[in-house]
Design a protein around this ligand. Structure first.
Ligand code: ADP
Ligand SMILES: N[C@@H](CCOP(=O)(O)O)C(=O)O
Length: 319
């Protein structure tokens, strides 16, 4: 489920009256997603997504995310910008939460992408990186390399409740990966930072939308590909690597931005970093979300297993 905030028909009607979008016909909560409350809203003029931003999205950062979406949409990329109301305002308040009415994009997100679909999605990511060359806003990565140790320490030895030895494995991995993290020589730009299959809408082999930009930030450009590679190239448990999908991602991305020798050499470190990032956020959620909560907890070990794929020497005890 991802409807944390209920929106009454009266409040939604008043909200929509600020826009030139027609009259409310229906509104249904969208089950997918974990961070925000999303509704599919139908009006007499079409379909829209209504997003109410919940606790993990800082309202002060919404102008960055919306600015990035506007920038990409203006360049013709398939991303969903917020709709402006009659006064030109995108970021509103509804039921006490920051809220935006967002362009609806067609397509579905895939559970088992084929190599052709992976290649198309990686090309779409590369097109996004090309399009931000003149994007001027900046946002530090709130889940970047410097945040891993503090989050690891907040999780503490409770990590061993998830799997015996997980604390020591992650301590070792964080130390090694942060010590070998690429420096200033790598290109940096606005990256998506969470381009999992569920954040790419597709019809057949065509990408119809990149969505969910709420971790977007300024960071190493090829790190975005590493995040994608770690998310797309494995089965859900992280046990089985699909080389055809992994290779297709690299091939698609390289067709726009060929990887330099140094980027190729450092790719396993970047991918190991991506695995640490998602293993840690999932571990934190695992330890702090009651097992019977409405939100499904995602398995941290699925990322520890991926970490083992990219850096076999770093994981000794927990998988
Ligand atoms: N602009 C959009 N057009 C069509 N569907 C969308 C759009 N934005 C979100 N969705 C649907 O809502 C679901 C949840 O959105 P998402 O942004 O991933 O939520 P969360 O930020 O809570 O993870 C997506 O899986 C997709 O089905
Ligand atoms: N992709 C992350 C969690 C973030 O969820 P999203 O629905 O906002 O993409 C993970 O799988 O751990």
């Amino acid at each position: 489920m991802a409807v944390y905030t209920q929106v009454s028909a009266e409040a939604l009607g008043e909200f929509l009256a600020r826009y030139d979008v027609g009259e409310l016909v229906s509104a249904k909560g969208i089950a997918e997603g974990v961070e925000n409350s999303n509704y599919l809203v139908e009006t007499t003029r079409g379909r829209f997504i209504l997003t109410l931003y919940e606790k993990r999205v800082n309202a002060e950062e919404l102008p960055y995310f919306m600015g990035l979406l506007d920038h990409l949409a203006d360049k013709g990329l398939a991303v969903p910008p917020a709709i402006k109301d009659r006064r030109g305002v995108e970021i509103q308040e509804l039921e006490g939460r920051p809220a935006c009415l967002i362009k609806f994009l067609s397509g579905v997100s895939l559970s088992h992408p084929t190599p052709a679909q992976a290649e198309a999605a990686a090309i779409a990511m590369a097109d996004m990186h090309a399009a931000v060359a003149d994007f001027t806003l900046d946002r530090p990565n709130s889940m970047g390399v410097d945040t891993w140790r503090p989050l690891f320490e907040k999780c503490g030895h409770s990590l061993n409740q998830i799997a015996p030895g997980l604390h020591d494995d992650l301590a070792h991995a964080i130390e090694h990966v942060t010590a070998n993290w690429p420096g200033d020589a790598f290109d940096r730009c606005a990256i998506h930072a969470d381009l999992f299959p569920d954040n790419v809408l597709m019809l057949g082999d065509d990408v119809t939308g990149l969505i969910d930009f709420y971790f977007a930030c300024t960071d190493i450009r090829v790190y975005d590909l590493a995040v994608m590679h770690s998310a797309w190239s494995f089965d859900a448990t992280g046990r089985s690597y699909d080389a055809a999908v992994g290779d297709a991602l690299i091939r698609g991305y390289s067709s726009r931005f060929p990887l330099t020798d140094v980027e190729q050499a450092q790719f396993p470190t970047l991918a190991a970093g991506a695995c640490i990032r998602f293993a840690l956020s999932r571990a934190w959620d695992w330890l702090n979300t009651p097992a019977d909560a409405l939100v499904m907890r995602k398995d941290p070990l699925a990322y520890v297993r991926r970490l083992k794929h990219y850096a076999p020497d770093l994981v000794k005890h927990s998988t």
